[in-house]
Design a protein around this ligand. Structure first.
Ligand SMILES: [Zn+2]
Length: 512
């Protein structure tokens, strides 16, 4: 028998597709031919596989070897096919019993010395294998823990081609996945550490309840970062589907801890303003790496010193914020990753960022205006909550008594508010108030009583409030009512919502 095939999985975005690796050995001039849309990494696979086979003590078949990856329509990136290719050609050469790997998916990269190395994306690959009816996988030992996250899958780890060959011949065993580490207590920073900052804390709670994007404007030392880092601690745990998506993205990015299980906490990503476009939205050759935007999927993307980001970078966020997906142009077609994030944006009021506050600002008026205006087009338009915060004064610090409310207490209120909103909008399919279009809130039965919105309508007439700002305040008022357990916002909820839009009032004053 000079033909064999072994199963593997190729990734397109986060979707895995079963790939058959066929090897055919025929008499003729010794050569290795790879077919089936291989990219550069696959050509390199030829050399790695040869070295690994020889250095594992196997003889290299001196025949004409054709390796074909099917179906040809699935683009194949990266080095995950190495081990399957080695097994297929050894089986084709009669070195391995061909039936031993039937129905088993084999994943892994080979080192020149024959070591089996961990690869990116094992979780979505194994999940795809499960969907295709496969129940046994052999993966690099370093990825074995992650593969066990997929229910019903029998996972074995392998550290070298030598061991795998011995296993197939019935001479050795594969390795058990390492035991799961006990899930860490959520452990992230807690809201109890934030002294004072009532407005900031409240804005954070409303943002968590309604899924609203949030902008914090204030001088250095006002606690913008402290607040932003604590938003994930107020959000509910990820449901099964979201958890699998988030873990899969971390797997593809190669940032999943080796002993970690399913990621259950909403992620937090804080790319630096000097980060490249690829680091932010994703990219790279071969299997595209998800960027911070996708790694923050179902969690929080924090843009500190947002006006310092390059214009092109801010522009690149626009489309994903709208669609919840990032599309990366590739040599062959494009790759898509999910990117449904809650944005927290922090900015100093002006370029000089005088820590003593606005009154010591040395910036010319035009520079002040231009600074935040840079955000207005692409980003601020989508941000419901925009507040100004100031550092605590010594007097405030001294009068702040006792520990502040913990994240757990606030998260419990947030969970109830979210449940109320999800039920209210379930028919339309919205999960949080931030997703509800303004036009929907201005129509019966959701339109608020005229007396409750009188101040807002007066603002509209005066021109001190934009139509978009009006809608944002309505959305926020619903989140505030949900937090307080009311089934409709009252006039005072609307008034409080308007307080969370002070940024807009401020910007206008700057512009006049
Ligand atoms: Zn300044």
């Amino acid at each position: 028998m000079s033909y064999a095939r072994v199963l593997c999985v190729g990734l397109v975005g986060v979707e895995g597709h079963l790939v058959e690796v066929e090897a055919d050995l025929s008499p003729g001039l010794p050569a290795v031919v790879l077919t089936g849309l291989p990219d550069t990494a696959l050509h390199e696979a030829r050399d790695r596989v040869r070295a690994a086979v020889v250095n594992s003590g196997q003889s290299w078949p001196n025949r004409r070897i054709t390796v074909n990856l099917l179906p040809a329509t699935v683009p194949k990136h990266g080095s995950a096919f190495d081990v399957a290719i080695a097994c297929a050609l050894l089986a084709g050469a009669g070195e391995l019993p061909p039936a031993a790997l039937e129905g088993v998916v084999v994943l892994g990269e080979l080192g020149l010395d024959g070591a089996v190395r961990p690869i990116r994306g094992v979780l979505p690959m194994v999940a795809a294998a499960a969907r295709a009816g496969i129940s046994r996988v052999i993966v690099p030992l370093g990825n074995a823990r992650e593969a066990t996250v997929v229910p019903g899958m029998t996972v074995r780890g392998v550290d070298s081609l030598h061991r795998l060959v011995a296993y197939v011949r019935g001479e050795d065993r594969l390795l058990e996945p390492p035991p799961a580490q006990p899930p860490q207590a959520s452990g992230g920073p807690d809201l109890a550490d934030v002294a004072g900052q009532e407005l900031g804390r409240y804005a954070l709670e409303v943002a968590a309840a309604g899924g609203h994007h949030l902008a914090l404007i204030g001088p250095p030392g006002a606690g913008k970062t402290m607040l932003a880092e604590r938003l994930p601690s107020l959000l509910p745990e990820l449901d099964d589907t979201s958890a699998l998506e988030v873990t899969a993205l971390q797997s593809i990015a190669g940032v999943l801890p080796p002993d970690g299980g399913l990621v259950r906490r909403p992620p937090f990503q804080a790319p630096h303003h000097s980060a490249s476009l690829a680091a932010l939205v994703g990219g790279g050759s071969g299997l595209a790496r998800p960027g911070a935007l996708s790694l923050a999927h179902r969690g929080v993307l924090f843009l500190d010193e947002a006006p310092e980001f390059a214009n092109a970078t801010l522009q690149a966020l626009r489309q994903p914020l709208e669609s919840g997906r990032v599309r990366l142009a590739r040599a062959r077609g494009s790759t898509e990753y999910p990117a449904r994030v809650q944005v927290v944006l922090a900015a100093n009021p002006c370029p000089c960022a005088n820590p003593a506050g606005d009154q010591f600002c040395v910036c010319p008026a035009t520079a002040r205006r231009r600074y935040l205006a840079k955000l207005s087009g692409p980003l601020l338009d989508r941000i419901d909550i925009q507040i100004r915060i100031q550092p605590l004064s010594a007097a405030q610090l001294m009068t702040t008594t006792g520990p502040a409310e913990s994240s757990a207490l606030v998260a419990a209120r947030v969970a109830e508010a979210r449940a109320a909103a999800a039920e209210r909008w379930s028919e339309a399919g919205w999960r949080v108030n931030a997703e509800v279009p303004g036009s929907h809130l201005r129509r019966p039965p959701w339109r608020l009583a005229a007396r409750d919105t009188a101040a807002l309508r007066a603002g509209l007439d005066r021109g001190s409030l934009s139509a978009r700002g009006f809608d944002r305040i309505l959305r926020l008022a619903w989140s505030i009512a949900d937090l307080d357990g009311r089934d409709r916002p009252t006039g005072s909820d609307v008034h409080e919502a308007a307080q969370l839009r002070m940024g807009e009032a401020h910007d206008r004053r700057d512009q006049t």
